[in-house]
Design a protein around this ligand. Structure first.
Ligand SMILES: [Zn+2]
Length: 113
């Protein structure tokens, strides 16, 4: 599966199709309206056509939220070495609508309720 940002600068390739996507209501995910598919960083290939992504990090600095610097799409997040788990989550909002329509959405209560 290959997903891209709107302008095509960021290309994300993964061999395993997601069984579900996570819709989290925490302070950042709800603002991004992201639908996450979770992988190990070793499973995912990131490619940049023009320039690298930029990212937002805050608080405990465990997660970098990456976006395309050209079109602004939030493409993925990756955990840092401060986090116990190595996770790369692809924002499946970057996928084609017919792909997205096939994947069940799991609600995650990241906000705590
Ligand atoms: Zn882009």
């Amino acid at each position: 599966m290959i997903v891209t940002c709107h302008c095509g600068n960021v290309e994300i390739t993964v061999d395993v199709f997601p069984e579900e996507v996570g819709e989290c209501n925490c302070s950042i995910c709800r603002r991004y309206a992201a639908l996450w598919a979770y992988y190990s960083p070793t499973q995912v290939a990131l490619k940049y056509i023009k320039e690298k992504t930029v990212f937002y990090i805050w608080g405990d600095k465990e997660v970098e939220f990456h976006r395309c610097n050209l079109c602004g799409c939030v493409t993925h997040y990756i955990t840092t070495e401060k986090c116990d788990e190595a996770i790369l989550a692809i924002n499946m909002r970057m996928a084609d609508v017919d792909i997205l329509a096939e994947i069940p959405v799991r609600k995650i209560k990241g906000a705590g309720y």
